[in-house]
Design a binder for this molecule. Sequence first.
Ligand SMILES: Nc1ncnc2c1ncn2[C@@H]1O[C@H](COP(=O)(O)OP(=O)(O)OP(=O)(O)O)[C@@H](O)[C@H]1O
Ligand SMILES: [Mg+2]
Length: 616
Amino acid sequence: MSDAIETDRPFDAEVGRLLDLVVHSLYSDREIFLRELVANAADAIDRRRFLALSDESLALPAEAGIRIRTDHSARTLTISDDGIGMSEEDLASHLGTIARSGTRAFTETLADAKPEERPSLIGQFGVGFYSAFMVADRVEVISRRAGSDAAYCWSSDGRGGYRITPATRDAAGTDITLHIKSDATEFLDAHRLDTIIRKWADHVSVPISIERDGKFVAANAGAALWRKAKADVTEADYEDFYRHLGHMFDKPWATIHWRAEGAVDFAALLFIPGASPFQATAEDRDSHVRLHVRRMFITDRAQLLPSWLRFIEGVVDTEDLPLNVSREMLQATPVLARIRKALINRVITELKSRAKDEDSYASFISQWGPVLKEGIYDDVDHRTDIAGLARFRSTRNAELTSLDAYVARMAEGQSAIYYLTGEDHERLAASPLLEGMRAKGFEVLLLADPIDHFWPERLGSYQDKKLLHVAKATDLFEAATVDPAVTDFAAALKAALGESVSEVRCSARLTDSPAALAADAEGPDLAMQRMMRRAGRPVFAGPPALEINPAHSLILALAQRHQAGEDLADWAALLLDLARIGDGEPPADAARFTRFVAAHVAADVAADVAAQVGGA
Ligand SMILES: Nc1ncnc2c1ncn2[C@@H]1O[C@H](COP(=O)(O)OP(=O)(O)OP(=O)(O)O)[C@@H](O)[C@H]1O
Ligand SMILES: [Mg+2]
C-alpha cells in the first residue's frame, strides 16, 4: 500500500451550498441584484462594441441599450441587452460555473489593446449573476451570441442545477427573466426599479430604459460627466449635474474637475456649494462625496474628504480600487488614502487661488468658514495651510483679514498674534480687555465661532508668531507706578471678594474701564468656560483674576476711602459685577447690584438737583 497515489485530488464543492452562500450571505441589500445584472449587460455591450472595431459584422444596433420590463400577471422581470451574447458553451461555462468570470477572462486578453479603445469592464469575480436568486426562484437566460444565428435558453432554480435548451432570439443579445419570489413583489414595480437604477447605475454609459405603460422611458442619466474632458463640458452641464447630485437649487461657488494620473488614477468632480440653504451640521460630520468604481456607484460613505471639507459635494471615480466580491465594503487599501490626500491638496490649491478674489472669497468664508476652521484643529498635516485660508474679523475694521495680512501689519514691538474669543463680534469689540491693546496700536482678532475656542492653542503659532489670547498677555500691561493706596486697596478687595477671584491685580491694560476679568493663564478663557457650562460640561478652571485700573477715578477715590477706614464690601462687589458685565456675564447678585446702583444714582441726582437749586 506504500505506493498510494500521491497526486493532488481536486477539491469537491457542495455546489448547492456554495450558491446558497453567494445568494444569502454576500450582499447586505437585495436591491443590488439589479445593479449586478445591469453591470453584466453593460459589460456585454462594451465587449461587443470593442470587438466590432475589428469585425464590422458584430456592430451594435443603432439604439443599443439595456431595457427592463415587468409583467405583473406572470410575476416576471426581464432585463434585455444588445450585448455580445453567450453561445451554448458560454452559458454552460460562465453561468454554470460559480466564480468563473467570462468578463475577466476577456479583460485579460486586452492587454495589447490601445488604451483609448480598451473598454473598462465591471465584472471580475464571476458571482454577481447569482444575486438574481435573492429575489427570483427561477431564472431564464435566453442568449444569442453576436455573429451566430443560434440562441439558447439557460434556466435554473438556483438549487439543483441548470438546463440548456435551444431557443430563438431575433438578434444578438441576452434576455434575463427573473420569476420574482412571493416576498419580492416590490421588484415588479417600475418606480422601485427606477429608484434602484438611479442610485446604483445612473452613470452607466449605456442607455437604460424601463417600460412604463407600454413605452420605454430612460432611467439613467448616462454619460459620467466627470469622465469627460473638461473642454467637452459646458458650465450648464456642470450646474445641472450639481443640482442633480446635491438636490440643490443654487449654483456651485466652485467647480473642481480634474483627472489625476500617477500614483493612483482617478477622475474627480467636486463642487463647493454657493449660498446654499443646506448647512453642514455638527451632527453629521461625514463627507458624502460619492465613490464610483468604473462608473458604478459604490458608496457615499468612504469618507473621501475629511470632515472639515464635508460641505463639498461630488464624485470620485477610479479604476484602481480593489473591490471585494460584494462591491460593498472596501478593503483597507492604500489607494483610498492616496486618493484622499490628492483630493485635499487639490481643494487647498483651488481655495488658495479663489482667495485672491476677496469679495467672492468672503461669501465662501461666511458660508463655510466655521467648518473650514475645524481643520486647523483636526488636521495635523494641513493645519498651517488651512489657517492661511481662514479669514477673521479684527479690531482694525469691518473687513476680513488673513493671518498673513495680520502678520504683515504687526506693530513695532508686537511679537504675538493676539485674539479674543467670545459669542459675537459686537460684544467682543466692546470688551475692556481690548483697551490696552488699542492704546498700544496692536490689532486683535475677534473670534466668535464656537470652534475658535479650540484651534488657536492647537495651531500654537503662525509664521513663527505665537497666537496669544489677550487675557493672557498680562506681561504687556504690568502697571509701572502704582499709588501705594491703590495697592493696599487691591489687597483689601481680594480679602473682601474671597474665593470668587484668584487675585486682584493692578494692570495698565485698562484705559476706560475701572475693572475687568481675566482667566487664569493656564486654563480655558472665560468665553470658553461659559460655553462649556452652557453645554453642561464640567469646567476645570479656577476663578478669574480681577484686574483694576490704577489710574481710573473710581479706583483712586475708593482707594482714598479705604485709607480713611471705610468698609468697602459693597463697592468690592460692585467692581466685580462691573467686570463681569464687561465680560458678558450677568452680575453675581442682580438684586443687590440693582439696589446699590439705584441708591447711588439717586444720591447723585439728588446732589445735582440740590446744587442747581442752591446755585439758582
Ligand atoms: N448579459 C450578459 N451578456 C453576456 N454575458 C454575460 C451576461 N451576463 C453574464 N454574462 C457572462 O457571465 C459571466 C458571469 O457573470 P457574473 O456577474 O456572475 O460575473 P462577472 O460579471 O464576471 O463578475 P462579478 O462577480 O464581478 O459580477 C460574465 O463574466 C459573463 O461572461
Ligand atoms: Mg457581473
